[in-house]
Design a protein around this ligand. Structure first.
Ligand code: ATP
Ligand code: MG
Length: 232
């Protein structure tokens, strides 16, 4: 159980280099950041500044070369592969620019998928919950559609419903609105803001200053370092 006074995400002096042949390409060069439960954080910065690298490390999708990262009190660097997989499944919902839905699964089946993996719900309960989550994102009447039968904005709503499947405390998103027209993008951001108002911690990356306005905290990265943090 998390303590409201403790940060839910602790990023402590993270360094990350990618090896390209013999050369180490630095992507993050000493980033520290505490995120409180219920915070709504946007990561911004020029292309190549390390936003995706930092988000992937926060989400346990990538490992830092140096430094520590803790999610809800668990130090990711010391977790076994199995424990890390469980943490990703139960603590973090992921939303990506290209939706990443399973093409041969209906909207409902896509939302059910993380619950199949977590084994937290029986079959009927899982199906009912998936339908409720699709209702919540405004897609209740599209549950039997395949991703190819949905618009980009609708596919992103399915991806958000899927990210909520195991009721994680944290949602992370990389350029969630990058492939959408601005009106559809705003609708997605309003949905994300609603989730934040209901208590979810949100960390997302965007290039778009119109989308960063939804966040309470904007963290600016430059050349793999934290430039500044604005609270708005
Ligand atoms: N898999 C990789 N192998 C080698 N270098 C990488 C890899 N991923 C990222 N980099 C390098 O790390 C640096 C940071 O990349 P990152 O993708 O985190 O930037 P970003 O801020 O998300 O950029 P963008 O806004 O273009 O998405 C860049 O110099 C990039 O070239
Ligand atoms: Mg990126």
């Amino acid at each position: 159980m998390s303590d409201v006074n403790e940060p839910i995400i602790v990023v402590d002096n993270i360094h990350k280099s990618y090896l390209m042949g013999k050369d180490a390409v630095p992507a993050l060069r000493g980033v520290s950041l505490d995120i409180s439960p219920g915070e709504f954080v946007c990561l911004m910065g020029p292309s190549g500044s390390g936003k995706t690298t930092l988000l992937n490390i926060i989400g346990g999708l990538d490992e830092p070369s140096r430094g520590h990262i803790a999610i809800d009190g668990d130090n990711l660097v010391s977790l076994s592969e199995d424990k890390l997989a469980l943490l990703r499944l139960n603590k973090i919902g992921f939303v990506f620019q290209n939706y990443n839905l399973l093409a041969n699964f209906t909207a409902l089946e896509n939302v059910e998928a993380p619950m199949v993996l977590s084994r937290s719900y029986g079959r009927r309960e899982r199906r009912k919950r998936a339908q409720e989550l699709l209702d919540k994102v405004g897609l209740g009447d599209r549950s039997h559609h395949y991703p190819s039968e949905l618009s980009g904005g609708q596919q992103q709503r399915v991806a958000i419903a899927r990210a909520l499947a195991n009721d994680p405390p944290i949602l992370i998103g990389d350029e969630m609105t990058g492939d959408l027209d601005s009106e559809t993008g705003f609708a997605i951001m309003r949905l994300i803001k609603q989730l934040n108002e209901d208590g979810m911690t949100i960390v997302f990356v965007t290039h778009d200053p119109r989308m960063s306005k939804f966040a309470g905290t904007v963290v600016n990265l430059q050349d793999g370092k934290l430039l500044n943090t604005e609270r708005q």
